[in-house]
Ligand binder design. Sequence first.
Ligand code: ATP
Ligand code: MG
Length: 420
Amino acid sequence: MVVELINTGSELMLGRVLNTHQQWLCRQLADLGYVVTRQVAVPDTAADIRQSVREALARADLIFTTGGLGPTSDDITRDLIAGLLGKKLREDAAIVDEIKKFFAGRNRPMPERNRVQALVPEGAIVLANPRGTAPGLAMEAQPNPFRDGGKPSWLIMLPGPPRELRPMFTETVVPLLGHVLPLENKFVCRTLRTTGVGESSVQEKIDGPLGKLVHAGLELGYCAHMGQVDVRLAARGDSAEKIVSEAAAIVRAQLGSAIFGEGDDELEAVVIRQLTERRQTLAVAESCTGGGIADRLTNVPGASAVFLGGFVTYSNEAKEKFLGVRDETLAQHGAVSELVAREMAEGARRASRSDYAIAVTGIAGPTGGTPEKPVGTVFIALASGRGTEVWKMFNPWDRLAFKEVTARQALNQLRLRLLA
Ligand code: ATP
Ligand code: MG
């Protein structure tokens, strides 16, 4: 099946907005077995949108457009596509009601302009948008005037705002695809997420053992983020389920506790889940991550059940005042040291009366390094009722990457302890 994606929006061409739809939709579609073969971004001008849609209609079985369904004069996708396919637009009373309700819920009358969002090309399927006013649209070009032999294509138009597009895709487009454009072969895909092991080590450990399954049709892919490597396992056909589950078992055996989750699991969510199951609590004391660990933890719904609080203690004075780090320790060993990390974690645990406390102190750079403690040096401490452990890490990356990797490592140390 040929699948293409057209992202519209002049803001994309100006570099004002990052084209996250490209990545998000390609990822979702690939994991469902619909791999996008071509993607273009075009400005909101009639000529560009028309040309890109016409070209896609000549090639693809399934075409997605994003953006341009709003009420303003630069929102012309709906109009242009209806025009290209020679379909009349008619106002859908049910959509007008939905839009009125949307505004009533915000105590505002519906601006007349928004009425255009209720226009539906003849024969199109309306995709509800509970988070916004513009519904998505799905229609089949049948016969397709732009394709050899008039072969049909499906066109799916999605709204621009990510918070509207994503749930619409998951809730309405996925079921619709299964219905109108089912895959010819069964497709199975699983992603195992690892942390604490570099991409090449992950590959070294599993490439060999998976060789036979790759021969049998396993698609094996790696995706490295900062401090995290995802292993994607996919297969098509009748034996897909068997191939992927055998592969997952091999990856689990080879990588063991480096695997923290599957699919879209996030490390911080796993840690919150572990603590919730044990009814235990956590506090954090952060120097070089500047609150990044607390930020991640509080992204997780339900974090309040286990996460008590955090201290961002950047100066020596703050480390002494809020965490009880001793003056002598700081003077003798320096703020970036095993002992200071230890006293920070113990101080945070004492002050918040938590079961666990994590502390981090390090040199993010670009300045401040010494021969003994170069930029990238970091100490991570974990205090609990069973004592305190400290790990020394080396993350010589740029400042933001350093913070991200360090926060991840700290959470991972806690995860590993909770597993043991
Ligand atoms: P609206 O009703 O908000 O006008 P729309 O369907 O007309 O919605 P656009 O006007 O094209 O969509 O885009 C609305 C906003 O959505 C943009 O300003 C931008 O912030 C965001 N957006 C659009 N396209 C993308 C994209 N490809 N990636 C990420 N964000 C996007
Ligand atoms: Mg718009």
